[in-house]
Design a protein around this ligand. Sequence first.
Ligand code: PLP
Length: 363
Amino acid sequence: MTTRLYNFNPGPAALPLEVLEEAKESTVQYGGRGISIMEMSHRSKPVEQLAAASEQLLLELTGLQQKDYRVLFMGGGASTQFAMLPSNFLSEGAVADYILSGSFSEKALQEAQYIGETRIAASSKAEHWQRTPDVRGLKVQANTAYVHMTTNNTIEGSRFNAFPETGETPLIVDMTSDLLSRDIDYNQFSMIYAGAQKNIGPAGITAVIIRNEMLDRCSKQIPLIWRYATYASNDSLYNTPPVHALYLTNLVLQWTKRQGGVQQLEAINRDKAALIYEAIDRSGGFYEGIIATTDRSDMNITWRLASKELEQLFVQESEQQGFEGLAGHRSVGGIRASAYNAVPRTACQALVEFMVDFQRRKG
Ligand SMILES: *Cc1c(COP(=O)(O)O)cnc(C)c1O
């Protein structure tokens, strides 16, 4: 077997090796049924059970109650949610509040602008996204349909540590890059969505966790296939879901539970990220963190070197030494290490050793 790389890809990202091995085992035969999961009807018992079990697991892992929330699985990625969300909940006469903290939050706003009236409720764009806006005292107006925010900014490497109190107004979050990576009160959100390919599975499937009362509010002016209520009343099987991606997601959720859930993972992730942040902060300016210390993400760790050339050399040499995915996003440059749940501590340690060695040679 070839050695596995130290995978710091931003997404699609590292999956637990255990999960990949398990999936390999059941690729040809699923549950001793003589065919694989990819070849089964989505109306078959195994697929129904997979959807139901994954819903249960995701609720359990987020500490949410079955009586309050549904979990829906659908295709299309998180970007589809940028458009589906306002289509369902932004009605005429109402305004959707968007908190801007990075480029994905701007993309979410952009799609909503095609659907209805929007307002920028807070933004850190003027500060080049180097921090997340303080939203603790956010004022919500009476005609606000919902407040939207991106809890972790994948491209910039920042996150929110505090969330606004929106009262009766639904707080809706894009948690694509931090779902199940930290122990927060998931009950404060009326809807959470996440493309699976960062923390909970492979690309091709998106999880939507939604409060029951939101399902009654879905627009009846839009096609059935765009309504969250359609997915809920059909247990995510209204049409063919990405079955194989659902299967892999289920394996990742089981793995997440075996790690001790979000409490344990938060501690592990904190420790992993701290290793890398310490290497940055101890470098005497050779490596320079981009994000304000208090708003640093544990999932996406970003920094710069003195020049573009030095950054390119860093990435090039890291690839020769078995590291994958360390180049910053094409829109911002620099270096980014994405240390999602499935990235082992040993990979972070190896990266720190590489950083120290690189500095010794080039500093
Ligand atoms: C990756 C990402 C997206 C885009 O996800 P797609 O599944 O590619 O549409 C949106 N929001 C955040 C926070 C992300 O990290």
